[in-house]
Write a protein that binds this ligand. Structure first.
Ligand SMILES: [Zn+2]
Length: 207
């Protein structure tokens, strides 16, 4: 159980132990030796209650399936994915639920290289063409990170991806229902970056 198997941890574990479990799972994935990758079956899904020890917020990008890249089994992690891991009330409410009601001690925001949502935001700001519909919400939420990175910087996209992760982490740390547990050390909100080429997750804001 725990660090070697990536099984769900009982509620009440520490943020540090939860993070160690997650990163151990990513190392199994990177090394080509996942312990759960072979067991994605209905029988495994039906085998137990959920005891999640982390909640992950990532991008919808089809190359970044979070359960797989952290080699996690059913019931181990809660996953939320939106374009560019943008927050809205439903996302924040979901994280508040997992932390407050399920006792999960770790929140990870995971960005990734070559993120299409960040690229779309860079293009929107460079051309002045704000998209319509709800897509505008994604662009509006990512835009401050792009502006901070410098819209004219040739490396704006990788810089903005990192800044956007840090901004999302900061917003969650200041969330009404998360700020107290974070300040008390019962919950950690951390930021990571996924490398599409190697499969590795690097912590860029460990908290
Ligand atoms: Zn993305």
């Amino acid at each position: 159980m725990g660090a070697t198997s990536g099984q769900g941890r009982q509620a009440g574990g520490t943020p540090r132990a939860a993070l160690a479990d997650l990163l151990a799972g990513n190392r199994r994935f990177v090394s080509g030796q996942p312990v759960h990758g072979h067991d994605v079956t209905a029988a495994a899904a039906a085998s137990g209650d959920q005891q999640p020890y982390a909640v992950l917020l990532g991008c919808i990008d089809s190359r970044v399936p979070l359960e797989a890249i952290f080699d996690q089994t059913f019931g181990a992690i809660c996953v939320i994915r939106t374009g560019g891991h943008v927050l809205d009330r439903a996302v924040c409410g979901s994280i508040e639920y997992v932390v407050g009601q399920l006792g999960v001690p770790l929140v990870m925001v995971l960005g990734h290289e070559r993120c299409g949502a960040v690229e779309a935001t860079v293009q929107a700001l460079r051309t002045g063409q704000r998209p319509g519909g709800s897509l505008a919400h994604l662009v509006d939420e990512i835009a401050p990170a792009v502006t901070e990175a410098g819209i004219d910087d040739p490396a704006v996209q990788p810089l903005a991806i990192r800044r956007h992760v840090r901004r999302t982490v900061r917003t969650l740390r200041e969330d009404d229902l998360l700020a107290g547990p974070v300040a008390a050390g019962r919950v950690a909100v951390v930021g990571g970056l996924y490398d599409l080429a190697t499969g590795e997750v690097a912590l860029i804001d460990p908290g």
